[in-house]
Design a protein around this ligand. Structure first.
Ligand SMILES: [Zn+2]
Length: 224
């Protein structure tokens, strides 16, 4: 609750001068703003509130509720268990990552299948998207190993591939307008991603127990 003394912000000029040391602006100034201008200002303010409503709802719904390493790891493992490519992850570790822009990473050459996630508060939706992004990298590493960049992923960038993996997994929206930076999945990139994945017959992890799976068939051999 707001302090009722300040709720209206109404001071006499004498009170204003006493509290803040300077005279209030002339009280006639406010009355000189025409009604149409005040209404226009109100409409703009309302439009801003309505326009940001979806964003605010998303942020509130995805409040960073995962705060410590065991909580973050547990949520990441849950996502891995649900994900089509989760079996490629050998381990999840939660560590402080110095680079502020990096929320998580996996390594290639040599690849170990370990997803390292930054120790910071995560919202569950944001974490799911992050895990799907890293699984996209692991799929890339598994399929193409050390093949040069221009001969893998159908030619799309490493980050676009990983972002499209998250779109394909349903935890990220496609980018309909141009994005600053390399973390995007445009419609044409998603087409490339899906075409490449559609051609896969068998994928083998290049780490851990080097498990191989036939694509389109579950581990039990049943098409799912
Ligand atoms: Zn990435």
């Amino acid at each position: 609750m707001a302090d009722p003394d300040f709720a209206g912000g109404d001071f006499t000029d004498e009170e204003f001068a006493e509290y803040f040391g300077t005279p209030a602006r002339p009280s006639t100034e406010r009355r000189r703003i025409p009604l149409w201008a005040r209404l226009a200002g109100l409409i703009v303010a309302l439009a801003m509130i309505v326009g940001s409503g979806n964003f605010l709802l998303t942020e509130i719904r995805d409040f960073a509720s995962l705060n410590d390493a065991p909580e973050i790891r547990s949520a990441a493992l849950d996502r891995i268990a649900e994900s089509e490519w989760g079996w490629l992850a050998a381990e999840v570790v939660i560590v402080p990552i110095e680079e502020p822009r990096v929320g998580a990473f996996v390594t290639n050459n040599p690849s170990d299948g370990i997803i390292q996630i930054d120790l910071r508060p995560w919202g569950p939706d944001r974490l799911d998207r992050l895990v799907d992004h890293e699984l996209g990298h692991l799929l890339d590493f598994a399929v193409w190993g050390a093949v040069p960049a221009d001969e893998r992923r159908g030619g799309i960038s490493s980050e676009a591939w990983a972002e499209c993996a998250a779109v394909d997994a349903g935890t990220r929206a496609i980018d309909l307008s141009e994005v600053v930076g390399e973390y995007h999945c445009y419609a044409d990139e998603l087409v490339v991603y899906e075409a490449q994945v559609g051609q896969l017959v068998e994928v083998c992890a290049r780490w851990g127990d080097r498990e191989c799976r036939t694509i389109g068939l579950g581990a039990d051999g049943v098409d799912n």
